[in-house]
Structure formats: structure tokens, C-alpha cells
Design a protein around this ligand. Structure first.
Ligand SMILES: C[S@@+](CC[C@H](N)C(=O)[O-])C[C@H]1O[C@@H](n2cnc3c(N)ncnc32)[C@H](O)[C@@H]1O
Length: 409
């Protein structure tokens, strides 16, 4: 009973759907907090939560999942860079680009955005990045700008030499990058959240809605709609797209979940136009600067190595050449039958081409090969949601949340 009341309190305060953390997660967090606060009776602890905002904060700290890393889902940053070079700079040179990263956790996401914008030849005074999180501990770490190995999980870490340096303590970001992000403590579900701020041209809201219950997602989406400029871009995580339906229109770029506001009158022709508008900055021309060898690699040579085959498949997929990308993935998989990442890529390509059944089989194979493959699980959850299999999707989400929690420990 008291346990239910504590869960409801967390739902109302931060939107948390306790199921996403696994069956015992909240109970474990509450027990730990009671021990630290020297309280033995649950009812007394509940009263303490109502009475003392600091205790509420401490409980929130112990249930949030701060998992993040630099250039997570790198294609989103490639998309942003192309957008800035080919759309923003030519049309908006008179004012600064306004960006919001929420939730920003320990800072890797907003700093990746800053590096992307600097790489796109914007100067620090040409953009403004606000980065928000509910966790004060995460924000404290973000403000230090010092990172360990776990924050660098992508293949491309060449940016590290250009924007910071190694020390025995960890990798230090340069002051130029650190100063370009404005960290703010805040709750996305607060109706007055950033109320008096001008709208943002770019919002990254990734890997937060997956932890929310349905009602909180709706509230969050309304607030995001208010915060985004009329022609602004909203980036979400792959498992979060279903929350946006009706209010935002997908720009349908492979492996990037980027959206624009839908036409407020619900005009279908207008929405088709919005969807067609921003999809291809990538197709206009190759980028002048790249930290991504994958995006720049040429077509496969006559005797490609297995790695170059897969890189080329990614490159083709990124450019929307889905049929050829699938063919290369399949060729690669014939020689490398146990590569879970390759099955995930194949599934993404099949999904983008509208072959949901095939995509599902590929994600299942990846999970069979690597039961802890978070990306494969996320894609599968998303597919299940599209197919209306909500219970199955939420089971997979719980599994992901447990995995992320374990990895974060
Ligand atoms: C998994 S991290 C996502 C970080 C980053 N966006 C990414 O995709 O890598 C989730 C973060 O959401 C924050 N969070 C949870 N509920 C929140 C809320 N209601 N408002 C703002 N931040 C919240 C947590 O503190 C945690 O740092």
C-alpha cells in the first residue's frame, strides 16, 4: 500500500513508469534510502518524502538511469551537421542557433552537439545550447567535463584530440566546448518548464520517454511542442517515436529519428510537404568536414575486407540506398554468421524499407547471438509497438531498463 503510494509520487513527480526499471527496483531504492535516512517504518518514510524536498531529490537520484555516451546514435549528429551546413547557415546567418538537450545526463549528448556545431564551422557565439536534467549529481559531473572510457563507445573518437586532452584522471574537454553548454537543473514535466524562453531550433530528447508512463509521455510531448520553433527539429530515440504520433511528422531519414511539428490544422497534404522538406540535406552534397570515416568511405573495392563490406553497407543505408545496403549486409553475414551488430544493421535497413517481418527476424537473430544487445532490443520493442503488441513491447523495455541499470552500476 505504502509502496504503491511512493510509486505514485514518483509517477506524478518525474513521470517514471516503475515497470521500466524491473519489478524490485523501486523497493530496493526505497530500502536503501530508508537506511541512509535512518528510518525503519515505511509510513514515516512516506511522510518524510512529502515533508522534505531533499529526501525526494535523493530518492529520484537513486531511481534515474543516467546511461549515456558521446555521439550515441551517431547518425543523428551527422544529420544535424548536414542540416546546419546546408540549411541553417545559408538561411539564418543573422542569429544564433538555439539548441536544447533534455535530458542531458552527465553531458556527453550536449557536448557531442557542441562539437558537431563547431565541426560545421559555427563559432561559439553562433549557437546557444541549454542542457537540462533532473539529476543534480549528473549535472555536477557534466559541468566538470572530465570523462572516462565508458563515455566513448562509438567507433569514431577522433574528436577527442581536437576538443580535449587525456590526463591520468580521464579525458578533459577543452574550455571552449565546456563553456558552450549551459547546464540547467529542471524537470521536463513541470508545466512551467523554460516558460519564458524563446523557442528552440533543435531539441534532442532521447532516451527519456521510454521511462515514462503513457500520461507522462503525453504531457512531455505537449511541452516539447511548446518549446520547439515552428520549423525546428526534434530528435528522439528509436523506441520513442510512437509517443509523437499526430503531433510531429517524421523526416524519414534512415537510422535517425528526427521530427518536425505537424501542421496544426492536421492538413495531410501540408504534413506530407513537411515530411518531404528536410529529409535530404544528406543527399545534397558530401559534408566538407567529417569525424565519421563510415560516412565518407567510397563504394566497396573489388576485394573488400569483411569490415569494409559492413562499413559500405552502413554508408549506403545512411544515403537511403536500402536495397544495396541489405545485399551487402547479407553478403557479409554469409561469411560472419555470428555478428550480432550486422544483423541489427540488416534489420534497420529492412525496417526502413518497410519489411517489418524480415526486420523482426533480423533483430531476433541479433538477440539470439547477444541477449544483452540493447540496440537490437530497442528496435524490437519499437517494432512490437508499431504492430500494437504493447504488452510484448513493454516486456522488452523492462529488459532493456534492467540491462542499462546493470551497465550503469
Ligand atoms: C538514459 S539518460 C539519457 C541521456 C541522453 N539523452 C542520451 O540519450 O544519452 C536519462 C536521463 O533522464 C533524466 N530524467 C529522468 N526523468 C526526468 C525528467 N522528468 N526531467 C528531466 N530529466 C529527467 C535522468 O536523470 C537521466 O539522466
Amino acid at each position: 500500500m505504502i509502496h504503491d503510494e511512493i510509486e505514485t509520487l514518483l509517477r506524478n513527480k518525474i513521470g517514471l513508469n516503475p515497470e521500466t526499471l524491473g519489478p524490485r527496483a523501486i523497493a530496493t531504492a526505497v530500502n536503501q534510502r530508508m537506511k541512509s535516512a535512518d528510518i525503519t517504518d515505511r509510513r514515516n518514510y512516506l511522510q518524510q518524502l512529502y515533508r522534505c524536498p531533499r529526501e525526494m531529490e535523493a530518492l529520484i537520484e537513486s531511481v534515474v538511469v543516467p546511461e549515456t555516451w558521446f555521439f550515441r546514435n551517431e547518425e543523428a549528429f551527422n544529420y544535424l551537421r548536414h542540416y546546419v551546413i546546408f540549411e541553417w547557415i545559408p538561411h539564418h546567418s543573422h542569429r544564433a542557433l538555439r539548441v536544447l538537450s533534455i535530458p542531458c545526463s552527465t553531458g556527453e549528448e550536449p557536448f557531442s552537439i557542441a562539437i558537431t556545431l563547431l565541426d560545421a564551422a559555427l563559432r561559439v557565439q553562433n549557437f546557444h545550447i541549454d542542457a537540462v536534467d533532473i539529476s543534480k549529481q549528473a549535472l555536477q559531473k557534466a559541468k566538470r567535463g572530465v570523462y572516462r572510457k565508458n563515455s566513448f563507445r562509438g567507433q569514431n573518437i577522433s574528436f577527442r584530440d581536437r576538443y580535449g586532452w587525456e590526463t591520468p584522471e580521464g579525458y578533459h574537454l577543452s574550455p571552449q566546448v565546456r563553456k558552450s553548454v549551459n547546464f540547467i537543473h529542471g524537470n521536463l514535466l513541470n508545466p512551467l518548464f523554460l516558460y519564458n524562453n524563446p523557442p528552440y531550433d533543435i531539441i534532442f530528447c532521447r532516451n527519456l520517454l521510454i521511462y515514462f508512463d503513457v500520461e507522462a509521455r503525453q504531457r512531455a510531448v505537449q511541452i516539447l511542442e511548446r518549446l520547439l520553433a515552428p520549423t525546428g527539429l526534434l530528435f528522439v530515440g528509436s523506441a520513442e517515436v510512437s509517443a509523437l504520433s499526430g503531433r510531429f511528422i517524421s523526416l524519414r531519414h534512415p537510422m535517425t529519428w528526427v521530427y518536425r511539428k505537424a501542421d496544426p490544422r492536421g492538413d495531410r497534404a501540408e504534413n506530407r510537404k513537411i515530411s518531404a522538406q528536410a529529409a535530404p540535406p544528406v543527399a545534397i552534397a558530401p559534408p566538407p568536414i567529417s569525424y565519421s570515416p563510415v560516412a565518407e568511405k567510397p563504394a566497396p573495392t573489388p576485394n573488400p575486407t569483411p569490415e569494409s563490406l559492413l562499413d559500405s553497407a552502413r554508408n549506403l543505408a545512411d544515403n537511403g540506398r536500402l536495397h544495396e545496403a541489405a545485399h551487402l549486409c547479407e553478403t557479409y553475414l554469409r561469411q560472419n554468421r555470428t555478428d550480432a551488430d550486422a544483423y541489427v544493421l540488416l534489420g534497420e535497413v529492412q525496417g526502413a524499407a518497410g519489411h517489418e517481418e524480415l526486420a523482426e527476424q533480423s533483430f531476433q537473430k541479433a538477440i539470439y547471438l547477444d541477449p544483452n544487445h540493447v540496440d537490437a532490443l530497442l528496435h524490437l520493442a519499437l517494432l512490437k509497438e508499431h504492430q500494437g503488441e504493447i504488452a510484448s513491447a513493454s516486456g522488452i523495455r523492462q529488459r532493456i531498463a534492467r540491462l542499462l541499470k546493470l551497465q550503469g552500476e
